[in-house]
Design a protein around this ligand. Structure first.
Ligand SMILES: C[S@@+](CC[C@H](N)C(=O)[O-])C[C@H]1O[C@@H](n2cnc3c(N)ncnc32)[C@H](O)[C@@H]1O
Length: 393
């Protein structure tokens, strides 16, 4: 493909990403996969160049641009070689007009910048949310140890996450024998840390209330040395259905999946009433802490969506509390750095459940925030998380 044709393809791909963000469609990665599957003529160098341009545009513009063209035109203002692609050639974009609309460079929509600032995040912290993230893997203790896996695949052992190896950005993991044989899982180091703070131990009964595809379920099972019971529940059938295959690969036999009806979660878990030693609520959230991996998420978020997340989080915390046995604990996690979803949720929970207490969390990474701990890309080099552990008397 010519450079001009690549620029036009980037515009087309961005149009699809913008439309999906507007209408609640698929994530940018999925859209890109579909886009290239339908354009087999694009070789691997073309695909890389188009992706790089599209993701640069997504990172550069905080507000959802009016169109893919408005975004690439704005980038071209600073880049003569990109501006030259607007040459009106057969497969290239039409020439740039002096008065045409352009996307505006910003870290995030103004209301979100304000909400992040009100959550004690300065500009440096917010900018780091948009840097490119490394690939972290968790070495599965059930099958291997970190030193032997490092000897095999390389990577940097992280001091603050005992099972983590950090690989470069875009490092391919799935082709590795270590992945195929279940000795490693892709999991951000921050996710590994917050999962470990739940305090799961061998022999316990654990409920992973929002288990999704089981990233944390598998790490809990490894911490439990595959002894005990984990009930991994979620309302999303496609996500949850990935768990059994992942568990089999990882050698995890103690996890059982349970599909819940939205708003009827307590009924679906009634048999576990007051019987879990540990409940993990890795709640659905705005995912502001994972913008490094999904920067277009900030084009999807609205104040109304944020309110809806907060309502579900508060309800799920109360559902989870009913499952904890006397003396047990509930660990609340969000991959968001907005206080409305983290610190304030926990403060409200403590108000509704005065007999519960927040535990002091011991981790080598992170900083205390309200009744919990916060990890951020700028401070910890991980995705952003808020985690709190709440103990039942
Ligand atoms: C942050 S993700 C979980 C990620 C997962 N724990 C992991 O480590 O891979 C949040 C999950 O909450 C689920 N969810 C949303 N509403 C729910 C509800 N009412 N009850 C249980 N799970 C819910 C979503 O389907 C999603 O899988």
């Amino acid at each position: 493909m010519t450079p001009a044709a690549r620029a036009q393809a980037a515009i087309d791909l961005l149009d699809a990403v913008i439309e999906a963000a507007r209408s609640g469609g698929a994530a940018a990665d999925t859209i890109a996969q579909r886009f290239f599957a339908a354009r087999r003529y694009a070789g691997s160098k073309d695909r890389r160049a188009i992706r790089a341009l599209v993701w640069e545009a997504i990172r550069s513009f905080g507000e959802r641009p009016a169109s893919g063209r408005a975004a690439i035109v704005a980038l071209a203002r600073e880049r003569p070689e990109l501006a030259e692609c607007f040459d009106g050639s057969a497969y290239g974009p039409a020439s740039i007009q002096a008065s045409e609309p352009e996307a505006v460079t910003a870290l995030a929509p103004a209301w979100l910048i304000d909400a992040l600032a009100a959550s004690d995040l300065d500009t440096k912290e917010v900018a780091a949310l948009l840097e490119r993230a490394p690939v972290d893997v968790r070495v599965n203790r059930l099958k291997a140890d970190r030193a032997s896996v490092q000897a095999e695949i390389g990577g940097e052992p992280l001091r603050f996450a005992p099972d983590a190896l950090r690989l470069g950005t875009d490092a391919p993991v799935e082709p590795l024998p270590a992945w195929r044989e279940g000795r490693i899982e892709v999991q951000d180091a921050g996710s590994q840390i917050v999962g470990s703070l739940a305090g799961a131990k061998p022999g316990m009964c654990v409920v992973d209330l929002c288990a999704g595809g089981g990233g944390k379920t598998l790490s809990l099972a490894a911490t439990m040395d595959n002894h005990g019971r984990i009930v991994a529940s979620d309302t999303d059938r496609p996500r949850l259905s990935k768990l059994p295959e992942r568990a089999a690969r990882a050698g995890v036999t103690i996890a059982e999946t349970r599909l819940l009806d939205p708003k009827r979660e307590a009924a679906g878990l009634a048999d576990l009433h007051e019987s879990a030693d540990v409940v993990l609520v890795d709640a659905p959230c705005s995912a502001t802490g994972t913008w490094r991996r999904n920067p277009e998420a900030r084009w999807r978020l609205t104040p109304e969506r944020l309110d809806r997340f907060a309502e579900v989080q508060s309800r799920l915390l109360d559902v989870a509390a009913q499952l904890v046995r006397p003396g047990g604990s509930l660990t609340y996690v969000v991959c968001s750095l907005l206080d409305k979803e983290g610190r304030d949720q926990v403060a409200a929970f403590m108000g509704r459940h005065p007999s519960w207490s927040a535990s002091a969390l011991q981790a080598i990474a992170g900083r205390r925030h309200g009744e919990g701990l916060r990890l951020t890309p700028a401070h910890d080099g991980t995705d952003g998380f808020f985690v709190a552990r709440l103990a039942r008397a």
